[in-house]
Design a protein around this ligand. Structure first.
Ligand code: 5RP
Ligand code: MG
Length: 209
């Protein structure tokens, strides 16, 4: 399984200081949504230049203007760009078109999708090949986890790489590995650990077993 570090509530300087130490342990670095709101696509360009072998995911959570917005993120150097699975299929199609132009991957974030099997069928029918089960920060605060949705997605998906996010830590990652995730996304589980480098190292050890 791959490990994706989500950088959400962080400054550029702190992100670079963390990545300089943990980049050997991770497979994908995510420029998270709050980080993008604060800094725009600058961290995407910076990480591409500083860590050329580390793919960058821009968590733009596109809801409209799929072609235009996905193009901005891929052109900045993102290898992965997120679109919301709840949005219109026309928007997803626009993202997929530009993903194909850049040789990048569009990840459909399934947060708040109510009928997962139906939507997965529609998205995979359109050409989506990466799906993310995502229990958001607000949902986590209400005690929810992504486990059940990941199990369902694993049963239903026919063609996709499966990402999972939502409060994953070194203590819980093995559960998501057992459920068949291809990529574990970890934000606070590294960033807010008492020792972030040790947490990343431990997660990498578990993910690469
Ligand atoms: C929130 C996000 C986060 O990046 C994602 O949930 C991972 O962070 P954490 O591991 O802290 O849940 O996209 O919308
Ligand atoms: Mg994110």
């Amino acid at each position: 399984m791959k490990l994706q570090l989500a950088l959400d509530d962080i400054s550029i300087d702190d992100a670079v200081a963390l990545l300089d130490r943990v980049h050997p342990f991770i497979d994908i670095v995510e420029v998270g949504t709050p980080f993008l709101i604060e800094e725009g696509l600058r961290p995407v360009r910076l990480f591409r230049a500083r860590y050329p072998n580390l793919p960058v995911l821009a968590d733009v959570k596109i809801m409209d203007a799929g072609y235009y917005e996905a193009r901005q993120a891929f052109a900045a150097g993102a290898a992965y760009v997120t679109v919301l699975g709840v949005t219109d299929l026309l928007t997803v199609k626009g993202c997929l078109e530009v993903g194909a132009e850049f040789g990048g991957t569009v990840v459909a974030d399934m947060i708040c999708v109510e009928d997962l099997p139906k939507r997965i069928g529609q998205l995979e029918g359109l050409g989506v090949r990466a799906l993310a089960v995502h229990t958001g920060v607000d949902q986590q605060a209400a005690g929810r986890t992504p486990a059940d949705e990941l199990a369902l997605m694993k049963q239903v998906s026919r063609h996709s790489e499966l990402f999972v996010a939502g409060g994953i830590t070194p203590a819980t990652v093995s559960h998501y590995i057992a459920l068949g995730a291809d990529v574990a996304i970890v934000g606070g589980g590294i960033r807010h650990a008492s020792d972030p480098v040790k947490a990343a190292e431990e997660l990498a050890r578990l993910a690469r077993q």
